[in-house]
Design a protein around this ligand. Structure first.
Ligand code: ZN
Ligand code: ZN
Ligand code: ZN
Length: 107
């Protein structure tokens, strides 16, 4: 599952949204021909039920999924998000690529 959009500061680009969970892409993979991008967990679960792209129904198998271009990963890593523990009082705002390391330290 992706990240909840409401955790992010400002607008999130449509290309960075997973069409399956409607969240911000987490660990994204893309389909080989149409290049639609999804969270890896979302698209793997989808393909286990039907081997198609959820957006345009093109045939896709899990072995054909490939990493998204670096530019897309860069855009994702620059998004600013609140901490997972914000409901428990953490007020940190982090770039997505530093969230994991913050969560290791955040109580
Ligand atoms: Zn997703
Ligand atoms: Zn597609
Ligand atoms: Zn925190």
């Amino acid at each position: 599952m992706g990240f909840e959009i409401k955790r992010f500061q400002g607008d999130v680009d449509e290309e960075l949204i997973c069409p399956i969970c409607s969240g911000v892409l987490e660990d994204p993979l893309q389909a080989p021909t149409c290049e639609h991008a999804f969270c890896s967990a979302c698209i793997r679960e989808w393909i286990s039920r039907q081997p198609t792209c959820p957006v345009d129904r093109q045939a896709v198998t899990s072995s054909q999924l490939r990493p998204v271009p670096r530019i897309l990963r860069n855009l994702l890593s620059r998004l600013c998000t609140s901490c997972d523990n914000a409901p428990h009082g953490c007020s940190a705002v982090l770039k997505l690529d530093s969230l994991q390391s913050h969560l290791l330290e955040c109580k």
